[in-house]
Design a protein around this ligand. Structure first.
Ligand code: DGL
Length: 299
């Protein structure tokens, strides 16, 4: 299909987390125009069924394509990518200029590029873990993956507690369990995939905790004898790899056209409090989100 002079890329997530993907996308494709939907009224997706997530995701996708004129779609949410990519593709069939891009495949590709041992760990929402989308995507690339649900992390990020002692303690418990279990299974994991777009906001905490968990005989790791697994772990943020994949996938379809605007145009919609979105969103986006518009997608 024909692409207008300024291509529009629609990006959506259940909340703020997808803004980390949007940030990476704007850095790679500053010439595009971006429309973002944060479905904050219906968050979290990570504790909901496939059917519900598919309905929510299809509604956001249709809004972006039909009402905002997006020719390209990036699903900046692991849960929606894992559970609803087919439903989204069906909802916008024939109306987009390239395949709908999710975050799972680019995340798995980045893990393959990073891992020396072939053993990777994935932290994600409950629904993403239950779907085993990462295990399948990693397995197809010859990697062995162990997934762990960390359901408390999204609410902590949405609360803005990205550098809070409570968050650090929660991360310590989750990662301590994960490393101990991986070791008990005889895995030699060297890569941790952040399988939720909210988690890159916790990257500093996660790296600090991994470092501290790598000490000898650490009690948080059960009877572990303190290998250097935590310290040497590569942490994969799928925002970066998704933006790279998007640039590859969408380029040559109109995005190579440059425009003169000094700053990339971003329009943001939220399905709940726009004030909160404006307040917290800038931290995720790395620049002011500007005026956020309220969107009603129904119940
Ligand atoms: N950002 C979503 C993801 O990447 C998770 C948030 C939620 O549970 O809605 O999976």
């Amino acid at each position: 299909m024909a692409v207008s002079v300024t291509p529009t890329i629609g990006v959506f997530d259940s909340g703020f987390g997808g803004l980390t993907v949007l940030r990476a996308l704007t850095q790679r494709m500053p010439q595009a125009r971006f429309v973002f939907v944060g479905d904050t009224a219906r968050l979290p997706y990570g504790s909901k069924s496939r059917r519900t997530v598919a309905r929510y995701a299809a509604e956001s996708a249709q809004f972006l394509v039909r009402e905002q004129g997006a020719q390209f779609l990036v699903i900046a949410c692991n849960t929606a990518s894992a559970l609803a990519l087919d439903a989204i593709e069906e909802a916008v069939a024939g109306a987009v200029a390239a395949p709908v891009l999710g975050v799972i495949e680019p995340g798995a590709q980045a893990a393959r590029a990073a891992s020396q041992t072939g053993d990777v760990l994935v932290i994600a929402t409950d629904a993403t873990v239950q779907s085993h989308a990462y295990a399948a995507a990693c397995g197809a690339l010859g990697l062995r993956a162990m997934e762990k649900a960390c359901p408390l992390l999204v609410p902590l990020v949405e609360e803005g507690w990205t550098e809070h002692p409570v968050t650090e303690e929660v991360v310590r418990v989750y990662l301590g369990e994960l490393l101990a279990e991986a070791e008990a299974r005889g895995m030699n994991a060297d890569t941790l995939v952040l399988g939720c777009t909210h988690y890159p906001l916790l990257k500093a905490v996660i790296e600090r905790v991994l470092e501290s968990l790598s000490g000898p005989g650490n009690p948080d790791r059960g009877n572990s004898i303190g290998s250097a697994a935590g310290r040497s772990m590569r942490v994969i943020d799928s925002a970066e790899s998704t933006a790279e994949a998007a640039a590859r996938l969408f380029d040559g379809q109109g995005l190579a056209q440059k425009r003169a605007a000094p700053e990339t145009e971003i329009r943001c919609f939220a399905t709940d409090s726009v004030e909160k979105f404006e307040r917290l969103g800038s931290r995720f986006l790395g620049r002011p989100v500007g005026k956020v518009e309220l969107l009603d997608l129904g119940g």
